[in-house]
Design a protein around this ligand. Sequence first.
Ligand SMILES: Nc1nc2c(ncn2[C@@H]2O[C@H](COP(=O)(O)OP(=O)(O)OP(=O)(O)O)[C@@H](O)[C@H]2O)c(=O)[nH]1
Ligand SMILES: [Mg+2]
Length: 196
Amino acid sequence: MDINFRKAKFKALAATIEQCPDTDVPEIVMSGRSNVGKSSLINALADNSKLARVSQTPGKTRAVVFFDFDDKLRIADLPGYGYAKISKEKKAAFSSLADSYFTSGRKFDLVLHLMDIRREPTEEDVAMLEYMNANNIRYFVVFTKCDKFSNAQLRRRIEELKDIYNFDENADIFAVSSSKKQGINELREAIAKLLL
Ligand SMILES: Nc1nc2c(ncn2[C@@H]2O[C@H](COP(=O)(O)OP(=O)(O)OP(=O)(O)O)[C@@H](O)[C@H]2O)c(=O)[nH]1
Ligand SMILES: [Mg+2]
């Protein structure tokens, strides 16, 4: 499918699963811990730094925010998990919204599961990967903040991470930097190809 990712716009904000818009176009979901770079990646895909809100303060995305790309594709920016400094109650509220997205029976085509290339997997990362493997959910593993590494470091680290994580053998793996716009075109092309 030909998608002009630069024709991106805000679609809706949902504080509850009931407020999510009807799925009338293919939908992609961003998953990953708070601060991993989900909103930044949406902006990099759109080539628009003002589209999704990015912050130095983790836990910024507190609702599901939907963005439409070229009226052909929708990306759902889910609240990040595992941010330690928010209260237990808020943490539960965040994760229950993200959880209910997956358990509500909502239709989606792909999960982009983001992990910071420099960090070790969290329990939530492992749980999410196991959940997707067990439920035959199609996902791309996207390592973020790769500008922090040299190419050689990057290759070594990806091999190391493949040993640590239980990736689906067919899972596609991407290494991106939203700030340096590395790997963004490859990701756009893979998304467009998947949604053919
Ligand atoms: N160096 C570097 N920093 C990045 C990159 N992507 C995001 N960041 C920074 O990481 C921080 C968090 O980015 P966000 O995109 O807001 O992360 P998020 O996953 O949406 O976070 P929540 O909304 O809290 O779940 C910001 O300070 C970004 O500037 C990247 O590719 N490279
Ligand atoms: Mg965010």
